[in-house]
Design a binder for this molecule. Structure first.
Ligand code: ATP
Ligand code: MG
Length: 719
């Protein structure tokens, strides 16, 4: 055995080693959080390479760009050499479609529309086809189309269901939408998977070719795959069924995007000779944290019980804190973090704060700023989603794909060129009648009846600009974007505007140039640069893309973004009814179970310390509301939690939300449906375990610092 190999196997337990050493044939690794699933994936790739498998025969798939790049780096550090292709499913889909997309009617220079752009297309279709939407919003219709795509129901296969008005609308809209997308040489995110699945299904030679190319396919976070992803994986594993999937059904949190836990069951059915490995040791969290997580998830009925143990320390009790309102919650947490950093106990990057939705981060940010604690909010999409950035990129998009009507619409009048609404309408009509793109119609504008001379002139110079940008496409991306900004008059218009906001738009555009320059620099080495590659990067962003993992800052992120991550100290805020579980999901058993899994994912990110909190009053979505603690809190083991009441001293204000629940009632396994805990006569209210701020006031602790045991306080239990 080589030195590399023995070092590689040294840091693995027996079960992990079994999975890593497995070479040929299907493999399924089912295991709980922190048990080393991701570690097994990287080590297994390293082992394959050590066994002489060529790097280009290996394909590793995961869900975020960040996870992919971490995995890539990890593999590189284990076995330096030719890089293995580690990708997200969507990037993989895009790459395959650039190569084979014509088989499904897609030009190779296609554009990927984000949600806003594809919604634009949908609205246009609804208007053009004069479809009566019966009060259904475009978002609802889009969600139904997306759900069909994730289940691989194509526009031609889609059938309206009797008694479902929405499905009748979708049956009309979906084919027209799909046709319009293909005409614009555009795809939405779901198409990236559906087109690939469809092309693999209908083209056996291509399927065989790719199956042969990717001899070893590995998937992390398998529990979040949907039908389309499963079909792709299966298609790549017919002649060389070396598919290895790792996942944890208890961490499936993308049901709303079509993730389907039955993929795991199907895996075992489709590959009967599969080797199943279970990992049972958790290396991440303390015993206390694991017990709380375990008891919470035990309330899900649709699951297989797993055993998970850890040799880690018992650790501190998980803290559950009640605050007066979100500002006190935020200030309390910020102050604790600040104090721990001041004491030299921890670094800012040890801390993470998780919440259900981005809207909950505002007070937290304010408080961290006030406390002088460095932090970063992880919410990726923002930069490329800004209006000015999208406007500038639209020129590039159109230069890359002249059929892209959304890009035309966006760029033709920004900055304004004196092309009126009427002229645009005429252009649209002309394009519709002649079956051409809007750019082509603009090219023909001198011969279109009823267009004003002024509009024709403006359109002609606009078309010239797009042609010029297109001729630059082989240049550096920075040069392309620089040309757009200057020659379109976009930066001039912003420079000349007196509006303060326009100044910050100008700064953002300059930032875009820097971004492009960095991309050019990076891609010189990777030899996969160019405008299209750059655009693709701006289209396929994830929430965690801009997360600086090396920076010494507190991380703030939504629970959905925390997949696969770990932090020494975790704060889980706003554990309140309607927030977690989210009001949209709590009314169905499936929805509620997925919310519980989301809480489980959050809890199991914590290594040493975990604090969960809720407040009495919360300003949320423009309303100040009395908040009710999350029903999930009642499901956690009472004696594992250290409960702290950090609410107002004013006892009159005290509303013991917990008293609404019969907390001592043993949990009964629901038969088919899960009901929320019913309000009942309180027996021993949970608040009996809490000391109020007022009680603790005498012990010298401040209201916000009120804790159960002054001894613990003295020991510096503030993380
Ligand atoms: P999740 O389900 O949250 O994605 P996971 O199962 O992928 O978790 P990893 O992230 O691979 O777990 O591992 C969790 C932590 O445990 C990591 O810090 C990893 O380095 C460490 N770890 C895994 N296996 C071992 C081992 N055999 N010895 C020591 N540390 C380990
Ligand atoms: Mg993992």
């Amino acid at each position: 055995m080589s030195i590399v190999m023995s070092a590689l196997l040294e840091n693995l337990n027996d079960a992990q080693r079994e999975a890593v050493l497995h070479v040929d044939g299907p493999l399924l690794i089912l295991a709980g959080p922190g048990s080393g699933k991701t570690r097994v994936v990287t080590h297994r790739v390293a082992h394959l390479l050590e066994q002489g498998v060529r790097a280009r025969q290996v394909l590793a798939l995961t869900f975020t760009n960040k996870a992919a790049s971490e995995m890539r780096n990890r593999i590189q550090s284990l076995v330096p050499g030719e890089a293995v292709w580690v990708s997200t499913f969507h990037r993989f889909g895009a790459r395959i479609l650039r190569e084979f997309g014509e088989l499904v009617g897609l030009a190779p220079n296609f554009t990927i529309y984000d949600t806003a752009d594809s919604r634009q297309v949908l609205k246009r279709v609804l208007e053009a086809e004069k479809i009566h939407v019966m009060g259904y919003s475009p978002d609802r219709i889009a969600a139904a189309i997306s759900s069909a795509k994730n289940k691989l129901i194509t526009a031609t296969d889609y059938q309206a269901r009797r008694g479902s008005p929405l499905s009748e609308i979708v049956a009309q809209v979906y084919p027209a939408y799909q046709q319009r997308m293909l005409q614009s040489a555009a795809v939405d995110f779901d198409d990236l998977l559906m087109h690939v699945a469809s092309l693999l299904y209908h083209n056996p030679e291509v399927r065989g070719q790719l199956d042969n190319r990717f001899r070893y396919v590995l998937v992390d976070e398998y529990q979040d795959t949907n039908k389309a992803q499963y079909v792709i994986l299966k298609a790549l594993s017919v002649d060389h069924p070396n598919l290895a999937a790792t996942g944890d059904p208890d961490q499936s949190i993308y049901g709303w995007r079509g993730a389907d836990i039955t993929n795991i069951l199907e895996f075992e059915r489709d590959f009967p000779q599969v080797r199943v490995v279970r990992l049972e040791q958790n290396y991440r969290s303390t015993k206390c944290i694991l017990r709380v997580a375990d008891q919470l998830i035990a309330h899900n009925t649709r699951r297989k019980k797993k055993s998970l143990f850890t040799d880690n320390e018992e650790g501190r009790a998980v803290r559950l804190v009640a605050y007066g309102d979100q500002d006190l919650e935020a200030a309390g947490i910020a102050e604790e973090i600040h104090a721990a950093i001041e004491r030299g106990e921890r670094r800012a990057s040890d801390f993470a704060i998780f919440y259900r939705t981005n809207a909950l981060s505002r007070s937290m940010e304010r408080a961290l700023r006030a406390a002088g604690v460095p932090y970063q909010m992880v919410r990726g999409q923002e930069f490329y989603g800004r209006k000015e950035i999208k406007d500038v990129l639209a020129y590039c998009q159109l230069a890359n794909n002249p059929h892209d009507d959304v890009a035309f619409d966006r760029s033709v009048n920004s900055p304004t060129r004196g092309i009126g609404k009427k002229s645009i309408e005429r252009l649209n009509l002309h394009a519709y009648r002649h079956g051409t793109s809007l750019l082509e119609a603009a090219r023909q504008s001198p011969s279109i009846d009823g267009l004003q001379k002024r509009a024709v002139n403006a359109l002609t110079s606009y078309v010239q600009l797009i042609d010029e940008v297109s001729s630059l496409a082989t240049d550096s991306v920075e040069a392309v974007i620089g040309t757009v900004i200057e020659k379109s008059g976009y930066s001039k218009a912003l420079r000349e505007s007196g509006d303060v906001e326009d100044q910050s738009r100008l700064e953002n555009i300059e930032e875009l140039l820097t971004d492009a320059r960095q991309f050019d620099e990076q891609s010189e080495d990777l030899s996969d640069g160019g405008l299209e590659a750059y655009l693709e990067r701006t289209w396929l962003v994830n929430e965690t893309d801009d997360w600086e993992t090396e920076a010494d800052k507190v991380t703030l992120m939504t629970l959905h973004a925390t997949k696969g991550l770990e932090f020494p100290v975790v704060y889980l805020i706003a554990l309140e009814d309607g927030i977690l579980p989210h009001e949209r999901s709590r009314d169905t058993a499936e929805g509620l179970e997925e919310e519980r899994r989301l809480a489980f994912v959050g809890i199991t990110r914590a290594e040493d310390l975990l604090q969960m909190s809720y407040v009495r009053m919360r300003d949320y979505r423009g309303q100040r509301r009395m908040a009710i603690p999350s029903s999930f809190l009642m499901e956690m083991p009472r004696d594992e939690l250290e409960m702290v009441d950090a609410r107002s001293n004013d006892l009159d204000f005290f509303v013991d939300e917990y008293d609404a629940y019969d907390v001592d009632e043993p949990y009964e396994e629901p038969s088919t449906q899960i009901d929320l805990p019913k309000p009942a006569t309180p027996k021993t209210p949970i608040t009996a375990h809490l000391k109020t701020a007022a009680q603790l006031a005498g012990s010298g602790e401040s209201a916000q610092r009120a804790r159960v045991s002054p001894d613990e306080f003295a020991l510096g239990m503030t993380v």
